[in-house]
Design a protein around this ligand. Structure first.
Ligand SMILES: [Zn+2]
Length: 245
């Protein structure tokens, strides 16, 4: 009977390790996905900056054109000035030139501002491109490491699954069914150790009578509280169920 309990304990240990491996197999690809999402978000930001740069350049061209127009208006006013005879008209034309020069000055000021903005955006674009490059380099490096890790995990998994098949073959059909039934309904844990009279999964103390029965190891027993199959964990035969295989 003890052999059967031991098989069950080994099977549970094997299934626990399979579950660990499967969980670890998900971690790496998830990390890569996170990095790729980050790349995507940064690409979007880069596109926004490029659009912003384009707009600023368009605005600069528009203002430069305004300056050119002002220049030609000033030139025309100068020509007009040389043909004026009356003092009154001369003063008016001079005033017009002064006004135009003032507008030109303010407009040129706008160009300086927009040039500063363009320079700033270009710097941000450089930084952004570097960030994306770094992220991609990191993702490539991590991907290679993760691929190696996944290969090892797959090897582990293959070994464990083989191990599991062997255990299942050695187990009675009825016990196997009971194990599966419990495993499905008890969060993947059908078999658990009892140490110091306490179930190691639900942490309830077994009644002394039950515990004494368990020590004998004559029958397949269940925890009266969580109904999992129990074995005496302090029994040296059960210290490391996997190694005993
Ligand atoms: Zn229990």
């Amino acid at each position: 009977m003890k052999d059967k309990i031991k098989l069950l304990a080994q099977l549970q240990e094997c299934d626990n390790r399979i579950r660990d491996v499967l969980t670890r197999k998900e971690i790496g690809p998830r990390r890569i996905q996170e990095l790729m999402d980050e790349v995507k978000a940064n690409d979007l930001k880069l596109r926004e900056l490029a659009d912003q740069l384009e707009l600023s350049k368009k605005e600069r061209r528009k203002i430069e054109q305004e300056v050119q127009e002002l220049d030609s208006r000033i030139e025309k006013s100068h020509i007009k000035l040389s043909n004026i005879k009356s003092n009154k008209e001369y003063a008016a034309a001079l005033k017009e030139i002064e006004d135009l020069k003032k507008i030109k000055f303010d407009t040129e000021d706008k160009i300086i501002h927009i040039m500063e903005k363009i320079e700033e955006t270009e710097k941000e674009i450089d930084t952004q491109e570097q960030t994306i490059q770094d992220l991609k380099t990191r993702a490539d490096k991590d991907r290679k490491e993760i691929e190696k890790e996944l290969l090892l995990l797959d090897q582990d998994l293959k070994g464990l699954e083989q191990n599991r098949d062997d255990l299942v073959k050695a187990l009675d059909q009825d016990l196997w069914k009971r194990y599966l039934f419990l495993k499905e309904r008890r969060g993947g844990l059908a078999v658990t150790a009892v140490i110091g009279g306490v179930c190691q999964t639900c942490h309830m103390g077994l009644p002394p009578q039950k515990f004494n029965e368990l020590l004998k190891g004559d029958a397949i027993m269940s925890c009266p509280y969580c109904h999992r199959i129990i074995y005496w964990g302090e029994d040296k035969d059960f210290q490391s169920p996997q190694e005993a295989l």
